[in-house]
Write a protein that binds this ligand. Structure first.
Ligand code: HSE
Length: 310
């Protein structure tokens, strides 16, 4: 039995325009790195943080990765102690799938070490139990792309069905990350439980077109369908100056704009890397005039998901 392993799990963009809770993609931006060690034992889970910038809770029942490990051991009925060493590189509460990456990494790692051969769906089902701890809901639109890479669609939650969408698009993503934290669980609680029929029709039309565009490589249709009529209108108040940021981005040539997950990161999509950088600089300066500091990153969709590190 392999006793230790090191895994990387990438940051992800979830919701993706009209795809609330069902569409996400993996990015080249950054990955959480997790080392797992196991030994025969009574399912004691020990969490260590490597690096202090983004320390995660060391109580396993409060930690996404800790919960996912416990659920995994329970599922495969294995009795091991597990030491999880988390090098958190994806900022917590940024909207870039930080909690999901850690949960994806541990289920992937245990599956390798224990040779349990669980399939992707089973791994995601276990990992979303961890996600519930931070988001208050078992959403899979960060876990699935972090684990599998590329674009992933959640066809349904009950039963969980994931569809990997082959990507034929080439675009750049500007991520603007203001220096504030949004708690996903709170950002979910503000959402209304009912939606007017006309909004459902608008959203479904855009979502269907967006997915068609991804699989056919129709970039214009993709940009043009990247609209959220339901969730962003309710959540944008959580991000200072959201409407102004969107307007500046479009004026500078962005082809699409939206929130990344529950924010506070926003994303602007472009066809060129240079343009993404220019827009980022402009938006950052704009926020500075409002006394809000922010970081900007330019990245792309990544086809690789969670993987081993030698
Ligand atoms: N789909 C989730 C939400 C993503 O918007 O609540 C959270 O990162």
């Amino acid at each position: 039995m392999q006793e230790s392993i090191k895994i990387a799990a990438p940051a992800t963009i979830s919701n993706v325009g009209p795809g609330f809770d069902i569409l996400g993609f993996s990015t080249e931006l950054i990955s959480d790195v997790i080392e797992l060690r196991i030994r025969k034992g009574e399912r004691n889970i020990i969490i260590e943080n490597k690096g202090r910038r983004w320390a995660t809770p060391t109580n396993p029942i409060e930690n996404t990765a800790g919960i996912a490990v416990f659920e995994f051991l329970n599922f495969v009925k294995a009795n091991f102690d597990v030491i999880i060493r988390i090098e958190k590189k994806i900022g917590i509460g940024t909207g870039l799938g930080s909690s999901a990456a850690s949960a994806a990494a541990v289920v992937f790692g245990l599956n390798e070490m224990l040779k349990t051969k669980l399939d992707e769906n089973e791994l995601i089902k276990i990992a979303i139990k961890g996600e519930k701890a931070s988001a208050g809901a078992e959403h899979a639109d960060n876990i699935a792309p972090s684990l599998l890479g590329g674009f992933t669609l959640i066809k349904g939650y009950s039963p969980l069905e994931i569809v990997k969408i082959e990507n034929h698009l080439n675009f750049f993503v500007l991520i603007l990350l203001p220096d504030i934290v949004i708690n996903t669980s709170k950002a979910r609680k503000i959402l209304k439980k009912t939606i007017p029929m006309n909004k459902v029709i608008e959203q479904s039309g855009n979502l269907a077109s967006l997915i068609y565009a991804i699989s056919k490589g129709e970039l214009e249709l993709f940009f043009n369908s990247f609209k959220d009529s339901i969730i962003v209108p309710q959540r944008k108040k959580l991000i200072p100056f959201y409407d102004e940021l969107q307007e500046h981005a479009f004026n500078k040539g962005a082809r699409a704009f939206g929130m990344s997950g529950a924010g506070p990161a926003t994303i602007a999509l472009t066809e060129s890397k240079e343009l993404a950088k220019t827009i980022g600089t402009e938006l950052k300066l704009f926020l500075k005039t409002k006394n809000i500091s922010a970081n900007i990153f330019v990245t792309k969709l990544s086809l690789s998901g969670t993987h081993l590190i030698k």
